[in-house]
Design a protein around this ligand. Sequence first.
Ligand code: FE2
Ligand code: FE2
Length: 129
Amino acid sequence: MKWEPRFATGDAKIDDQHRMLFTASEQFRHTLEAGEGKKTYDLFLDFLTSYCEMHFAVEENCMFMHKCPVATQNKHEHGLFLRLVDKENVRFRDEGFDAALATKLLDTLDHWLESHICRIDTRLNEVLV
Ligand SMILES: [Fe+2]
Ligand SMILES: [Fe+2]
């Protein structure tokens, strides 16, 4: 999945961070499809966790600063998403790599990004002028 203009939030830095998340997901999907997922899944999970933590902090600050009406909901959904990634990370450390579960995580990530950005993050447009 790629970034599209309908994902624009009105903040160039936040849009760039969203682009980065779509790109990372797409790249790791290629890696998985090439049968190379096992080698770098730990790096991908670490990247996803730290990049999301960074991005969520930037975006939450921006929403609270501009009194965006969905600022609290945004923070709540970020928390739920981080828990989901953390759960897969713990499962992976315990049970090891599973290509089907890695694909499932990517599908969830793509779907979550699309849904969350369209419903929540794009509401920044209302307060950024
Ligand atoms: Fe968000
Ligand atoms: Fe976001």
